[in-house]
Design a protein around this ligand. Structure first.
Ligand code: FDP
Length: 366
């Protein structure tokens, strides 16, 4: 019989690699896995339980919240708030950082999460996901602060996502490669199904909302022409397109097949000149996983991992996938979108400089 490795066994084996470990991190990962199981139970029952549909409130991004978003958000919070392992949290569904209640002790980790990404797909039975990021506390004091949450990606301790699809998978990295676990519903256990995941060398797919093509800057447009074999000067890889419109699902498929996911800056929405995706909740954790799996993530001009976030809900252009494909888009933007790149760089610099609470803790990029 093949050796069955439960997620618990895997975490405990990983812990042995760090003789100084207290076990707090291992337990935190296990808490997150338990939250994932609870959310999976609700997502699979959603159609039956009448849980689908909109709650009616709107979140800080101006998006309508749906019942499963609320459930996922509360579940993750409740699994983490009382454990003594976390000092502060932030969720894509809340404008402000989430404090650990005063009557619970705080631990040394700051956790950010997007409880249910791709939520516009919920009503249509399309895959959705949860994304999480774990930082070590760096602020003074005991109960954590925004500074702990606004750390650049290269300081991450761990990150992961759960994809609720034809099966539920939890994929994570704590800096020792990327490992995927599939939930066996009959056992209620995540079992190691995809150890040491890496982007295949030969990519198959590109994922972008092509409906916005008319708003793209020349660099992005020419890059996609190259990707799809339409550049007369350079044949390119001629990739096939796949876009679910659910970041976790698109990212996951590309990790398994090789490819690139992109949500570029565009010019059609003055409120979102830097794209739609959130740096802290979505892009930093997926960038960490991508790099652990031999890939790369960029905002078009620099690695996502080196960006100092200036606010919790900051948006960023996002390109992630096989390293060679992402580096190539940086070259196109450098060559054809100079003006955009300069103004973007300047906006970022100004925003970072005007985040006073960060100045004391500003860290050098590696
Ligand atoms: P959603 O709005 O459904 O939550 O981050 C938000 C996100 O989904 C991503 O999961 C997805 O990749 C993207 O937005 C889809 O946006 P478009 O509909 O603009 O393509």
């Amino acid at each position: 019989m093949k050796d069955i490795i439960t997620i618990e066994r895997h975490f405990l084996e990983q812990q042995k690699l760090y003789p100084e470990a207290t076990g707090a991190f291992t337990s935190l990962m296990y808490d997150i896995a338990l939250a994932a199981k609870l959310i999976a139970r609700e997502t699979t029952r959603a159609g039956l339980g009448g849980i689908l549909g909109r709650v009616g409130s709107t979140n800080v991004q101006g998006e309508e919240q749906q019942k499963l978003d609320v459930y996922a958000d509360r579940t993750i919070y409740r699994m983490l708030d009382h454990t003594g392992r976390v000092c502060i949290m932030a969720s894509e569904e809340h404008e402000e950082p989430i404090r650990v209640p005063e009557h619970y002790t705080c631990g040394s980790y700051a956790v950010l999460y997007d409880p249910l990404d791709g939520s516009s797909n919920i009503d249509y039975n399309v895959s959705i996901g949860t994304i999480f990021a774990v930082h070590r506390m760096i602020s003074e004091g005991e109960r954590g602060s925004i500074v702990d949450l606004l750390q650049p990606g290269y300081r991450l301790v761990a990150a992961g996502y759960v994809v609720f699809g034809s099966s539920t998978m939890l994929v994570y990295s704590a800096g020792q490669g990327v490992h995927g676990f599939t939930l066996d519903p009959s056992l209620g256990e995540f079992l190691l199904s995809h150890p040491d995941l890496r982007f295949p060398d030969k990519p198959q797919y590109y994922s972008v909302n092509q409906g916005y093509e008319r708003y793209w800057t020349p660099g992005v447009r020419r890059y996609v022409e190259w990707l799809t074999g339409r550049d007369p000067e350079d044949e390119g890889p001629g990739l096939s397109g796949r876009y679910i419109g659910s970041l976790v699902a698109d990212f996951h498929r590309n990790l398994m097949t090789g490819g690139i996911f992109m949500y570029p800056h565009d010019r059609h929405n003055p409120d979102l000149p830097h794209g739609k995706l959130r740096l802290t909740y979505e892009c930093i954790p997926l960038a960490f996983i991508a790099e652990q799996a031999t890939g790369y993530a960029s905002d078009g001009i620099q690695p996502i991992r080196t960006i100092q976030p200036h606010s919790l809900h900051q948006r960023t252009p996002f390109y992630v996938g096989n390293r060679s494909l992402v580096e190539r888009v940086e070259q196109y933007i450098k060559k054809y979108d100079k003006e955009w790149a300069e103004s973007y760089r300047e906006t970022l610099r100004v925003a970072q400089d005007s985040a006073p609470e960060l100045s004391k803790h500003k860290v050098q990029t590696p």
